[in-house]
Design a protein around this ligand. Sequence first.
Ligand SMILES: C[S@@+](CC[C@H](N)C(=O)[O-])C[C@H]1O[C@@H](n2cnc3c(N)ncnc32)[C@H](O)[C@@H]1O
Length: 198
Amino acid sequence: MVEFTRYKTYEEYLTAQIDAGTKKKTGFWIKPHTIDMLVKKENRPIESVICHGVRTGRESEKFAEYATNVVGTEISRESIEYNKPNYKKSTVVEWDFNKQNLEWIGKFDIVYSNCLDHAYDPLETLEVWIDQLKDNGTLCLDCVNFADAPGASDWDPYQDTPDHIEEYVTNVFSMKLKYSFWSLGGKNNETKILAFTK
Ligand SMILES: C[S@@+](CC[C@H](N)C(=O)[O-])C[C@H]1O[C@@H](n2cnc3c(N)ncnc32)[C@H](O)[C@@H]1O
């Protein structure tokens, strides 16, 4: 069941996300091994990747071991400033991932995020992310199994199951599931990586 945003206004949402991103600026959720597994499943040369909501840059830096052009987005300026020394091979920009950047349309082999739960309106955000894919690009949604993630909080405005996310990405956006696999994130929470193509 989709639980949409709990914020009354977009401004309230943005302020909450920036505050949380700043307070948790040293924290990370991704286990880099997930990115290794994902690249292995892709089994093709990858040049360009965009990762949405990267904070410490762990996932963008891991992707940069495989791809030459890796961009990360992050909403908290303070977190970016703090984590700058970690961004060695990827470029992390202060950007609200719910919004389109015209320079990113059709540019990426992979659009990856483990932050769909932080979207204001997941359907609108997915449309933005899908438009950033090259024709043969892969949308990779790393979806925590919320039944297994007691750490989920008010800062995660949208909570859903991997099965339901798979269902509506294929139905609403006519994407095809390319592969999926389970991994671990956070404090060993189960997470399912869903990879879609147009
Ligand atoms: C749960 S953390 C995950 C961080 C990182 N991906 C990891 O696995 O360690 C969510 C991140 O998304 C960022 N974020 C939240 N809303 C955002 C938005 N609208 N645009 C860009 N980043 C956002 C937060 O500031 C935070 O750093």
